[in-house]
Design a protein around this ligand. Structure first.
Ligand SMILES: Cc1cc2nc3c(=O)[nH]c(=O)nc-3n(C[C@H](O)[C@H](O)[C@H](O)COP(=O)(O)OP(=O)(O)OC[C@H]3O[C@@H](n4cnc5c(N)ncnc54)[C@H](O)[C@@H]3O)c2cc1C
Length: 596
């Protein structure tokens, strides 16, 4: 092997994390090289996020024009010229690539265009796109090779040359009938876009719901929205075989719950998942291990099994979003500077850019259930948001999960206009550990979508213990004249006493039954804890109350008072002759003052 060219920093793949680490290191004066086989800047600006959002925007324009009459405008027949749509997208991509090249130049990182593979630890052989090879070695090596679209193993599918997202975003003619295999985020975004351009669209999903990782109500809402645009959706459907060729004529034999069917189409788009670009690049030569799914095995600091070799972004199994690849870069950068950052504790927000979009951050109901996290859930239809009413875009909902034990926000999901922007507000509150009540009571601009967070959070149910207390209070109230507020306050006060002094297990009213304090001896065992507390407390106040003749049920309770056999004489003497618990005796100032 000839002598490799030596770099301080060597990056394989110019995806989001790869280019950022290269620019950062080169900018700090390190001799840096990046090897990229095709896409300057990686997938995001060339073939994924940016171009898809560009064409989705064109599709939105087509949708608006088609519905112009609703807005009081008259247009002729709407014809979409896909060549123009593509040209607009290409211009955007070219501008992105130019900006990337500028960054390479300014940072001093060398961009080497070619396909690379490891031939030894920390050593790459590059087959240059322009011909020839180069051998490069790095003191520190960063792998950021991304993923590619998986093509399911269905007879005839590969031969049919289906589109992936890359070719779909390069179409210059409109598919007559586009069949989308896969009901995930990529498939749904493109399905709706092509429907809005004017194609007939059918989505085939083998699972029982779209977006298998989402809560069922979220998946059903999106399904409803897409169905209203007359996209056909086949769930629980398996593709058995394909014949013909995408771009011409093709047919698919599918098994649906109601039997086998044959679907004819002009184009097939495959969006059934991703495969890491880790095969055939000599990782075994470099001592870099893969996990059972073919992703680079990394620890929470994104270090691989090989010393001084890191893997970042999708190829390292990180959640498949550009902002996560960027955060991977920040973790590695900070740790190289002596930090202690980890991938474990980060919030993962994401959006699906359908219309209306879906945005999510933190825990879903499904996550909470799986992780056994007790959460209170509130949901607000978008028809309850004034901004949505104003613009008459009322599909979707907002949903929030709040911790049962405290008021922290655990997760947020929204389907509705500007969902991603509203989610950022929620995410900020979560990062700041704001109790949901702070955001609920915040003054938010009217009429914005974010204003809907107020009514949403106002619907967060009270904690289970508070609900139990309220139920008890409602149940007891007709029997005496204690105002509800006093009852609740009393029990809260007593509970606080218990928790702070007598037991560490008493972290909620029901836990009072485990409490070491005397209240657990209360005979009222069948009732929730708050109910157990209050009768005792009422008993203790009972004498005062009876004396002052303000308790309507005095005679009955006097007879039943198990703390003392109170006579009207002893009551009048303000001496308590019965067995009042020591704690209460010792701390009379802690008794709640009743308000009448
Ligand atoms: C259609 C679509 C839409 C998406 N939309 C969004 C979105 O809206 N928001 C979002 O956050 N995420 C979106 N994503 C995901 C997002 O694009 C990726 O998560 C993001 O680009 C990060 O990728 P990465 O940094 O891991 O690698 P990539 O950006 O994929 O970069 C890897 C690079 O490595 C190069 N490479 C691979 N092997 C070699 C080799 N042997 N030699 C040389 N070079 C090599 C590749 O050519 C590529 O340029 C979308 C994805 C798709 C497919």
């Amino acid at each position: 092997m000839s002598q490799p060219e030596q770099f301080e920093v060597l990056v394989l793949g110019s995806g989001t994390a790869g280019k950022l680490i290269a620019w950062h290191m080169a900018g700090a004066g390190r001799r840096t090289a990046v090897v990229e086989r095709k896409w300057v800047g990686g997938s995001c600006p060339n073939i994924a996020c940016m171009p898809s959002k560009n064409e989705i925007w064109s599709a939105k324009a087509a949708h608006f024009v088609r519905h112009a009459a609703e807005f009081g405008m008259t247009t002729g027949p709407v014809v979409v010229d896909m060549a123009v749509v593509r040209e607009r997208k290409r211009k955007m991509v070219e501008a992105q690539v130019a900006a990337h090249l500028c960054n390479y130049k300014e940072s001093g990182a060398e961009l080497i265009m070619g396909a690379a593979r490891f031939v030894a630890p920390k050593t790459l052989e590059v087959t240059l796109n322009g011909g020839g090879t180069r051998l490069l070695s790095g003191d520190k090596v960063f792998i950021n090779v991304g993923t590619h679209a998986a093509i399911p193993d269905v007879p005839g599918l590969t031969a049919a040359k289906p589109l992936t997202h890359i070719e779909a975003l390069e179409l210059d003619d409109l598919p007559r009938h586009l069949i989308v295999l896969g009901g995930g985020y990529v498939g749904l975004e493109l399905a709706q876009a092509y429907r809005r351009f004017g194609s007939r669209v059918t989505i085939i999903e083998h699972g029982s719901q779209l977006m298998s990782r989402e809560d069922r109500d979220v998946a059903e809402e999106i399904q409803q929205i897409l169905s209203e645009e007359r996209i056909d959706i086949l769930l629980n459907t398996e593709v058995l075989r394909v014949s013909g060729r995408s771009g011409e004529e093709a047919s698919l034999v599918v098994r649906t719950p109601s039997g086998e069917r044959t679907l004819d189409c002009s184009h097939i788009l495959v969006a059934t998942g991703r495969i890491p670009n880790t095969a055939g690049i000599g990782l075994e030569e470099a001592g870099v291990e893969l996990n059972e799914r073919g992703y680079v095995r990394v620890n929470e600091r994104l270090e691989t099994s090989a010393p001084s070799v890191w893997a970042l972004g999708e190829c390292a199994g990180s959640p498949q979003f550009t902002h996560i690849s960027e955060d991977d870069f920040r973790i590695v950068r900070d740790n190289l500077a002596g930090g202690k950052r980890s991938t474990n504790d980060r919030l993962i927000p994401y959006c699906m850019f359908t219309e209306p979009p879906l945005a999510h951050v933190g825990l879903s109901e499904r996550d909470a259930e799986r992780q056994n996290v007790k959460a209170r859930v509130a949901k607000l239809p978008m028809s309850g948001v004034l901004r949505a009413q104003a613009i008459m875009e009322m599909q979707g909902f907002m949903k929030v999960l709040v911790d049962e034990a405290d008021d922290s926000i655990l997760g947020f999901t929204m389907i509705g206009p500007e969902a991603g922007e509203v989610m950022a507000v929620m995410e900020t509150a979560m990062l700041a550990d704001l109790p949901h009540t702070r955001l609920r009571d915040a003054v938010l601009t009217h009429p914005t979508m974010a204003e809907g967070l107020g009514p949403l959070l106002a619907q967060v149910p009270a904690r289970a213990a508070e609900q139990a207390a309220a139920r008890w209070a409602a149940m007891e109230r007709p029997r005496h004249d204690f105002p509800l507020s006093y009852q609740i306050k009393t029990s809260v006060r007593l509970h606080t006493d218990c928790r702070s002094r007598k037991t560490d297990a008493c972290d909620g009213f029901p836990a009072l039954s485990r409490c070491a304090c005397y209240y657990r001896l209360d005979p009222c065992a069948a009732l929730p804890c708050r109910a157990k507390v209050i009768p005792q407390r009422i008993d203790q106040h009972h004498h005062t109350v009876c004396r002052s003749a303000r308790l309507g049920r005095g005679a009955r309770d006097r007879a039943q008072c198990h703390a003392c056999a109170l006579s009207s004489e002893s009551a009048a003497s303000s001496q308590h002759p019965g067995e009042v618990p020591t704690r209460v005796k010792a701390r009379p100032h802690r008794r709640p003052a009743p308000r009448w």
